[in-house]
Design a protein around this ligand. Structure first.
Ligand SMILES: Cc1ncc(COP(=O)(O)O)c(C=O)c1O
Length: 370
C-alpha cells in the first residue's frame, strides 16, 4: 500500500469551533449558561420553511435523489438568474471547494489565498498534493483586511486558483466590487473563486452577478449561515459551464440527499428568516462595538461586515490560548486564532456576533480575566 503523496502521511485536520457539551463536560458549565461564539452559526436557528420542506420529504428517503440536485439547481437558477447548467450544488461550500481544487489545479500546482484565511482552502490543497500559497504580506496588520495591490502582485503565471473571501474570514472585512474585478482581471489564466459565505451580513447583495462578466470566475454561497442550515450541509456555486461540468465530473455522483435539496430550495424562499438573522447580527455587532470600547486590554478589530470579528489582545502579559482557555472556564466559546487560522499567531481571537446579551457575556468574561 502506498499513499498517493507524502502529505497524507501526517495530515493536518480542520479545527472546528468547540461544541457546548465539551465545555459542560470539562468545566461543569450548564448548557444554558454557555455562550457559543466560535462557529458563526445562526442565532435564530434553522429556516422554518426549510424544516417544513424536510419533514414533508421524510417518506422519500428510500429513493435515489437527483444526482445534480436538480430541484435546487432550478431554484437557484430562478432566484439568481443563471441557467441551471451553470449551477452546482454540494455538501456545503466545503465540498465545492474540494472539487474546484481537484479540477482546476494539477498536483503540485499553485493555489493562492490570503494569509490568514478559511483553513479549508489550504487543508484541501495539501490533502490533494497541491501547493497552497498563503499571501501573508497582503494582510494589513491594523485592519487584518486584504491589501488588494499586494494580493495582485503575488499572482504569477503558474497560479491556477486564486481564492477571494468576501466578507473575508477571519477579519470580516469587505472588498469593493472594483477590487474584486481587479483581482479577476489580473488572473486571466487562473480560476478565481469568490467565496461569499457571509454575504447576507454585509448589507449588500454581493457580487454573484460578476459570474456573468468573466470566464474565469466561480462564486460560492452557503446555506450554513444566514439560512441557519449548517447541519444540513448545503452550498452552491455558479460559474461558466466548463467549470460546472468539470466539477460534476469529479464529485461523488449522489452527493446531495433528498432532504438537503428540498430544505435548501425552500430556504431560498425564506426571506423573513434571513432578514431577521441579519437584524440580530446588526444589533449584536453594535452592542459588541459599544462594549469593547470600554475594554483596555482587548481591541475589537474594526471593519467587520460579517457575523464575527477579530479581537486583538493588547495586554503583552497574556496570549490568545490563555485568553481562550479563560473564556472557556467562564462558559464562553470563541476561536483561538493561533489554533484556528494559519499565520494569525498568538495575538488574536475570532468571536461570533450573536444576540446582544451574548455580546455582554463575552465582554464581561474578558473583563473578568485575571
Ligand atoms: C469563509 C468560509 N467559507 C466557506 C465556509 C464553509 O461553509 P459550508 O461548508 O458550511 O457551506 C465557511 C465555514 O465556516 C467559511 O468560514
Amino acid at each position: 500500500m502506498r499513499l498517493s503523496h507524502p502529505g497524507l502521511a501526517d495530515p493536518e485536520f480542520y479545527v472546528p469551533g468547540l461544541p457546548a457539551d465539551y465545555v459542560t463536560a470539562r468545566y461543569g458549565v450548564s448548557p444554558a449558561d454557555i455562550a457559543k461564539l466560535g462557529s458563526a452559526e445562526n442565532p435564530l436557528g434553522a429556516s422554518p420553511l426549510a424544516v417544513e420542506a424536510i419533514r414533508e420529504r421524510l417518506d422519500r428517503v428510500h429513493l435515489y435523489p437527483s444526482w445534480t440536485a436538480e430541484p435546487l439547481r432550478e431554484k437557484v437558477s430562478l432566484v439568481y438568474g443563471f441557467e441551471p447548467e451553470r449551477v452546482m450544488c454540494g455538501a456545503g461550500e466545503t465540498e465545492l471547494i474540494s472539487w474546484l481544487i481537484r479540477a482546476f489545479c494539477e498536483p503540485g500546482g499553485r493555489i493562492q489565498m490570503p494569509g490568514p484565511c478559511f483553513p479549508i482552502y489550504h487543508l484541501f490543497a495539501e490533502a490533494e498534493g497541491r501547493g497552497p500559497v498563503l499571501v501573508h504580506e497582503a494582510t494589513d496588520r491594523a485592519t487584518m483586511s486584504v491589501d488588494v495591490d499586494a494580493y495582485i502582485d503575488a499572482i504569477d503565471d503558474d497560479t491556477r486558483i486564486v481564492f477571494v473571501t468576501n466578507p473575508h474570514s477571519p477579519s470580516g472585512t469587505w472588498m469593493t466590487e472594483h477590487d474584486v474585478r481587479r483581482i479577476v482581471e489580473a488572473a486571466p489564466e487562473a480560476l478565481v473563486v469568490l467565496d461569499e459565505a457571509y454575504v447576507h451580513y454585509s448589507g449588500t447583495d454581493g457580487y454573484i452577478h460578476l459570474a456573468d462578466d468573466y470566464p474565469n470566475l466561480a462564486v460560492l454561497r452557503t446555506f450554513s449561515k444566514a439560512f441557519g442550515l449548517a447541519g444540513l450541509r448545503v452550498g452552491f456555486g455558479v460559474g461558466p459551464r466548463t467549470v460546472v461540468d468539470a466539477c460534476l465530473a469529479v464529485k461523488p455522483t449522489w452527493n446531495m440527499g433528498v432532504l438537503q435539496t428540498a430544505g435548501a430550495a425552500a430556504a431560498l424562499d425564506d426571506k423573513d428568516h434571513v432578514d431577521a438573522a441579519v437584524d440580530v447580527i446588526a444589533e449584536g455587532r453594535a452592542r459588541a462595538r459599544a462594549r469593547f470600547a470600554g475594554l483596555d486590554r482587548f481591541r475589537m478589530v474594526p471593519g467587520s461586515r460579517s457575523n464575527f470579528f477579530l479581537v486583538e489582545i493588547l495586554d503583552p502579559s497574556t496570549d490568545s490560548t490563555e485568553v481562550f482557555e479563560g473564556l472557556l472556564e467562564r462558559g464562553v466559546i470563541v476561536k483561538d486564532g493561533s489554533v484556528s487560522f494559519r499565520g494569525l499567531h498568538k495575538r488574536f481571537l475570532r468571536c461570533d456576533v450573536n444576540r446582544p446579551e451574548l455580546m455582554d457575556r463575552l465582554v464581561d468574561a474578558l473583563a473578568d480575566l485575571p
